[in-house]
Design a protein around this ligand. Structure first.
Ligand SMILES: [Zn+2]
Length: 258
């Protein structure tokens, strides 16, 4: 909006916040001359505080969009299954005291991730008690912080490794499991009958231990059986650096819902 010098001085408040809008005088050298205004004249610009707020909002929206994009990419790369992609702490139903404590411990783990490098979790309990759900919620939280996560079920890991060796392919999945900021091995204890299977898993966990990288082990076995399977030494290492054993000792949710 522009007017010539004969008009009264403009005092136009912003419709949104009431601040008087900025006024600029147009002289003969003004950049506003192309508007066709005859100088000297004035023009009312926008509201400075609102413009600033809008600029900050736009920046925040852009930053949010970038974070979402990064999180989606990291989630795609993590190997998380479609079923678990939308699992969050918020949609984990914690009714009993034990469930609430496990949920809190996992939230804290995700919130403090990186403060105790190498901190591991061992999640044990019967199938259907929500272990993979909370582990996926941790991945969801961490990918938003730009952390590279990897999750794989042990049977799938061995199937993929065998097929890549047979095709002379590289063991990309192993590299990913060793290098990720957080690696989650699900269904530990299933299909670990041969030395090769045991050694492979040991090597992954050992390499991560040496690099102070965090791992989460999920198993349907009891803690004692897990110790027998993996060896006290390896389990002991996982529990250094503030490692926690979380027990999911309640009945199968999927059955109780049926
Ligand atoms: Zn305003």
């Amino acid at each position: 909006m522009a007017a010539d010098s004969r008009s009264p001085p403009p005092q136009e408040p912003c419709e949104a916040c009431g601040t008087l809008k900025e006024v600029v005088w147009i002289d003969k050298d003004s950049i506003f001359k192309p508007w066709g205004v005859k100088p000297p004249a004035w023009a009312i610009l926008g509201c400075a505080p609102c413009n600033e707020r809008e600029r900050i909002d736009q920046q925040a929206a852009e930053r949010k969009r970038q974070i979402q994009e990064m999180a989606t990419r990291l989630l795609d790369q993590s190997g998380i299954g479609k079923r678990f992609r939308n699992k969050t702490f918020e949609n984990f139903t914690a009714e009993t005291q034990e469930q609430k404590e496990v949920l809190e411990a996992c939230k804290r783990y995700a919130a403090d991730f990186g403060k105790r490098p190498g901190q591991c979790l061992i999640m044990i309990g019967a199938p259907g008690t929500g272990k993979t759900h909370v582990a996926s919620a941790i991945i969801n939280r961490l990918t938003k912080k730009g952390k590279r996560c990897a999750i794989v079920g042990i049977p799938e890991l061995f199937r993929r490794l065998k097929s890549s060796y047979q095709n002379n392919g590289s063991a990309e999945i192993l590299e990913q499991l060793i290098r990720a900021d957080l690696s989650i091995l699900d269904d530990v204890g299933i299909q670990m009958n041969s030395d090769w299977e045991f050694t492979t898993m040991f090597d992954v966990l050992d390499a991560r231990y040496r690099d102070l990288r965090s791992s989460i082990l999920i198993s349907n076995l009891s803690f004692q059986r897990l110790e027998e399977l993996l060896g006290k030494r390896l389990v002991g290492r996982l529990l250094e650096d503030g490692g926690l054993v979380l027990t999911f000792f309640w009945k199968d949710r999927r059955l109780s819902l049926a």
